[in-house]
Design a protein around this ligand. Structure first.
Ligand code: ADP
Ligand code: MG
Length: 613
């Protein structure tokens, strides 16, 4: 129906609040979030949250913060009344969770609300409520701090009440909101009750412990510490790639302590993991970005879960860089290969997991004097002698007491100069899949396809950084018949393909003549390699190759060209692979995030065989 009058009138105050409530109060969890934020802003050290029926029937939040003075109580529930900012300058550098001064008013417009508050100076607490029309105020019993109780959400707006989900769903959202706040404020003690039962308690602690309390010890054990400080600072924990899941259940990102959902940031995370993670897998993370408040606008959305960065490119590249730096050092941290061993050794009833010592990889050729020139045979023999078990490990049964560190192989190794060949020497290949090698620590098992794939991928990336991958002409050009999509990709993506090391000419609508392939991949079946790449290009729909799609292509190429299972390798070939792994960054995981090798120390092997007991 079209109104027959065009007179403009100011909306009544209560209606404005209800409209605002549409944005601020979506469900019980949004109320919990706002009230907990207020408690944190008030300097609380202890927050108790009581929920009934998923928060729909009752949300009560008690804090021990600074309280609200009796005369100020009516203002607290008035729209656009805040104690947190007073000027535009304050808004620019806001350091509190709240600043809009609308949460209490908005909540009170869609639910029954009682506030009981007492400041340090006050002789007693004061209560205010909207149970009757308007706000009634009266003296009350109560400790220092504030208790806010919200009942019967949307009681006066049945239409909105209908949108609420089952009690358990709403409770889940409430807990998720509390968890986010708890992660941001580890120094605060949080207790959560549902229908009278204590369901969460996070005692006051430090950041690291709080992450374990909230996300769990499994995440913690399978995560890397992130601590990167430059112009900005990024701290927290993030999954080791091998622990990534198909469904990410814990992805937390905080900007100056505020939990945010931000496309830019999640994209940065995806990019950082892209090299070490299969596309379908997701890392879990809990990350805290600290940035000058003047460089970020938090006043983007009423619920304040979105932010806008003044220099979004800077933030994006900083996060990518910080994460990549951490991920390229996964060898130094515990990662899944170690936990695999952990499970095995645990079943042998040992406590070795914490002692697992992964050799240092990634010694760049140029940085290691031993690799400065081509490794010569006499040198290899010398090293091999130095690594013979008789010198390193006197393996008579029972001669080593696992409990005595002084006689442990690790100790012996400690006295030696840096381990020259961390992955040791190949001794055998089993079932055409794994290489067994012996190093100073013990036994190394390598997944040869995964390892080779990784090496090729990193080599291709390095080659492409020099603008163009070197190509190798085929002795005899090959005519390949392709489908329409692939032909189209070949035509429109010709420049990209040249950069990748291919050379070809188009012979007809369905055929092209392949003349050269990337030199690094010259062992692969050339036609199949080209087919795979074209297929990938057609699927991604991009004719020019951006960084994301480019790496995806390189990964496809590497996977295609890597040694297949069931190919017999000679011992020198296997050793060559080990040496290449040692000088390849991120050789720890294949492009799909699986481990490429694992280490069993002699002590772990002894424990598996219950030796020395
Ligand atoms: P904002 O947090 O944006 O200022 P709110 O509507 O959430 O707006 O709160 C209004 C004001 O009420 C706050 O600025 C603060 O002064 C006061 N207040 C709200 N909750 C508390 C609390 N738990 N302890 C002390 N003061 C509070
Ligand atoms: Mg607030």
């Amino acid at each position: 129906m079209i109104p027959n009058t065009s007179a403009i009138a100011l909306l009544p105050d209560h209606l404005i609040s209800q409209i605002a409530a549409g944005e601020v109060v979506e469900r019980p969890a949004s109320i919990v979030k706002e009230l907990v934020e207020n408690a944190i802003d008030a300097g609380a050290t202890q927050i108790t949250i009581r929920l009934d029926q998923g928060g729909i029937a009752r949300i009560s939040i008690q804090d021990d913060g600074i309280g609200i003075e009796a005369e100020q109580l009516p203002l607290a529930v008035t729209r656009h009344a805040t104690s947190k900012i007073a000027s535009f300058e304050d808004l620019q550098g806001v350091g509190t969770f709240g600043f809009r001064g609308e949460a209490l008013a908005a909540i009170a417009s869609v639910a029954q609300m009682t506030i009981i508050s007492r400041t340090l100076q006050a002789t007693h607490a004061t209560a205010i409520d909207n149970l009757q029309k308007g706000w009634g105020q009266a003296p009350s019993a109560g400790s220092i701090g504030t208790l806010i109780e919200v009942r019967n959400l949307f009681f006066s707006t049945p239409a909105r009440r209908k949108f609420l989900k089952l009690e358990t769903t709403e409770l889940g959202h409430c807990i998720a909101a509390i968890d986010r706040q708890a992660l941001a404020a580890p120094h605060i003690d949080f207790s959560v009750f549902h229908n009278g039962k204590l369901i969460r308690h996070y005692s006051a602690t430090d950041q690291t412990q709080r992450i374990t309390q909230v996300i769990g010890s499994e995440f913690f054990a399978n995560s890397l510490p992130i601590d990167h400080q430059e112009v900005l600072s990024l701290q927290g924990r993030s999954s080791v790639p091998t622990a990534a899941k198909s469904r990410a259940d814990s992805q937390y990102f905080f900007v100056n302590g505020r939990a945010v959902r931000d496309k830019l940031l999640s994209h940065a995370l995806r990019m950082a993991y892209e090299d070490v993670l299969h596309g379908a897998l997701q890392p879990n993370y809990c990350l805290f970005l600290a940035i000058d408040p003047h460089l970020v606008d938090v006043n983007v959305h009423p619920s304040k879960t979105e932010v806008r960065f003044r220099d979004s490119r800077l933030v994006h590249s900083f996060v990518v860089q910080a994460m990549r730096a951490a991920l390229s050092h996964t060898a130094k941290a515990m990662s899944s290969p170690a936990s695999v061993i952990g499970e095995i050794t645990q079943s042998a009833n040992t406590q070795l997991t914490s002692e697992i010592n992964r050799p240092f990889l990634y010694t760049k050729l140029g940085q290691n004097p031993l690799f400065a020139q081509e490794t010569s045979l006499p040198y290899l023999q010398f090293v091999q002698q130095a690594l013979t078990p008789s010198q390193e490990y006197v393996g008579t049964p029972g001669s080593i007491d696992p409990a005595s560190p002084s006689s442990s192989p690790a100790e012996t190794r400690g006295a030696q100069p840096a381990n020259p060949l961390p992955l040791g020497f190949a001794v055998a290949q089993i079932h055409g899949v794994y290489i067994l090698a012996q190093n100073t620590t013990g036994l190394v098992i390598v997944d040869m396809h995964a390892a080779h794939e990784r090496i090729l991928y990193e080599q291709l990336k390095t080659a492409l950084e020099g603008q163009q991958v070197e190509s190798q002409s085929l002795l005899v050009p090959i005519t390949a018949t392709l489908n329409g999509e692939s032909m189209e990709a070949a035509q429109s993506g010709q420049d990209a393909l040249i950069a990748l090391g291919f050379a070809f000419s188009i012979a007809s609508d369905t055929q092209l003549v392949l003349r050269a392939v990337p030199r690094l991949l010259s062992d692969a079946d050339p036609t199949q390699l080209l087919r795979d790449v074209l297929c990938e290009m057609a699927a991604s729909g991009s004719t020019y190759v951006l960084e994301n799609t480019r790496n995806q292509l390189l990964s496809t190429m590497a996977c295609h060209a890597a040694v297949r299972a069931n190919r017999t390798l000679t011992i020198p070939e296997m050793n060559a692979l080990l040496r290449q792994m040692e000088c390849t960054e991120r050789a720890d995981q294949c492009n799909h995030g699986r481990p490429t090798w694992i280490q069993f120390s002699m002590r772990e092997l002894d424990h598996l065989f219950l030796r020395g007991r």
